[in-house]
Every structure is written in structure tokens, then in C-alpha cells.
Design a protein around this ligand. Sequence first.
Ligand SMILES: Nc1ncnc2c1ncn2[C@@H]1O[C@H](COP(=O)(O)OP(=O)(O)OP(=O)(O)O)[C@@H](O)[C@H]1O
Ligand SMILES: [Mg+2]
Length: 255
Amino acid sequence: MSEPAPATSTNADVLMSLNDVVRRFGALRALDGVTFDIMQGEMLGVAGPNGAGKTTLLNVCTGVLPATSGHITFDGQAIRGMPPNQCCQLGIARTFQIPQIFSSMTVRENVATGAEFGIGQGGGGNIEAHVSDVIDLVGLTPQQSNSVTDADLLTRKRIMLAAALATRPKLLFLDEPLSGLNADEVDSFVALFQRLHAALDLTFVIVEHKVRALADLSERILILNFGSVLMIDTPERVLSDERVIDVYLGTRNLA
Ligand SMILES: Nc1ncnc2c1ncn2[C@@H]1O[C@H](COP(=O)(O)OP(=O)(O)OP(=O)(O)O)[C@@H](O)[C@H]1O
Ligand SMILES: [Mg+2]
């Protein structure tokens, strides 16, 4: 696919840039002219009503779905239309709303699959040591030899996160990482993301309906509504904005 020259950003702190991105499903514009930048090193939260286009946004940013039109750059390079493996090689990783792991493998084998998938990303070193480091970072060392068949939701989420981290991403997209977790599990995952952010040179984009946790994690929050950016600002400003309360927060349990 030929990609017209993108509007290159003059800001060296921009890691990914979206410019007027549209994704259509038939007549539906699931993304309807989305423009924003993801800054190097930030934790960016994304929220919005069901069906607003959050997962579609992650899909077009990670190569899972091509955008219908618009420009997406990563590290200054045009990536619209690139397949997921190529996006991964560049340093873009993601987790899924429903944990996707290989049931016939052990915990460690699942994480190693991520390491092999991202091998272009400064791999070449000691893969086994890298896999052990990632497993340790997410707290899976005691279970690493277990089969994943009987793993509970929290463990499945940890495995999927570890496999994504094992690809050595620069930019990691998480799709509802806290869904289905109880209050204690949410707290432990929030602490884990904060540890990972402090320990690794990693930029996070976190899609999440649990807005209190999202506000604790994020430096900025983007609200998507009907495929468009309603607002992108600090958590305080976003969560007190009347438009955001009208279209989203008013309908949600903030507890
Ligand atoms: N593969 C697809 N084919 C057709 N329509 C789709 C497809 N994927 C998503 N859609 C539609 O696009 C819109 C955006 O869906 P998306 O899954 O991105 O929303 P979301 O914000 O992630 O919602 P949720 O909070 O429920 O996860 C919805 O109307 C959805 O039905
Ligand atoms: Mg979704």
C-alpha cells in the first residue's frame, strides 16, 4: 500500500502520532478522524463508552487492523498498513481484552513465544535470561513451569502481559487489563504497572473502564466517543469535565 508522506511532527518527544485516522466497518466509522500524539515515556489512559472505538484504536495502532485512511507514525516512521509482526519488530506490543495465551504450553513457554516474536527488537542476547527477567518482573517465577490450562484470570493476564513485555516493546497497549479483577487484584496490577513504568524505558497506553485506577495510573486521559476524541487532558480535568460526565462517567459506577 502506498502511503502519502505523513505530517511529521517537529516534537522529538512524540513516540506515536495519529493524524485524521479513520477506520470503517461498512457504513460505520468506528474511528472517525482521530488525531493525537502519544508522548515518549508517558502513561496515557483511554476511556469512553462501550463501542466508542477503543479496541479498534488499539487494533489500528498495532497493525491488527489497517486504518481506512489517515496517517500513523511511530518513531517518525509511517506504519499505517503494516502487519502486526512488523509493528512488533519496531517495538509496538499489546495485550487483548480477553486474555489470549497458548493453552497447551507452560507459563514460561508462553512468555518465550513473545521473546521469539520480538527477536528483531535488540534480541540476539541471552533469550533465556531475558525470559527469566520478564517472568520475575511480573511475579510469575514460582508458576513458570506450570501448564496454563488451569490458570486463573489474574495469572492469565500476567502471562499475556509478560509475553508482550518479552517482545521488548517501546510502546505497550493494554486493552482493559483490570476487567474482571477484584479490588485487591486491581491494586496489585496498578502497582505492577507503576513498577514496570519506573523500571523499563516503556510508554504505556491503557484502555480501561475502571476510571479511578486509570486516573491513578495516567498522566493524561483520552476520552473516545463515537470514534472521535472528545477530550485529552490531565485526569483531574477530564474527570470533572461536564461533557465527559454526560457521555461517559454519568453512566458508570465510579466506586
Ligand atoms: N470487526 C468488526 N466488524 C464490524 N464492526 C466492528 C468490528 N469491530 C468493532 N466493530 C464495531 O465498531 C465499534 C467500535 O467497537 P470497539 O470494539 O472498538 O469499541 P470499544 O470502545 O472497544 O468497546 P468496549 O468498551 O465494549 O470494549 C462498535 O460499534 C463495534 O460494534
Ligand atoms: Mg474494547
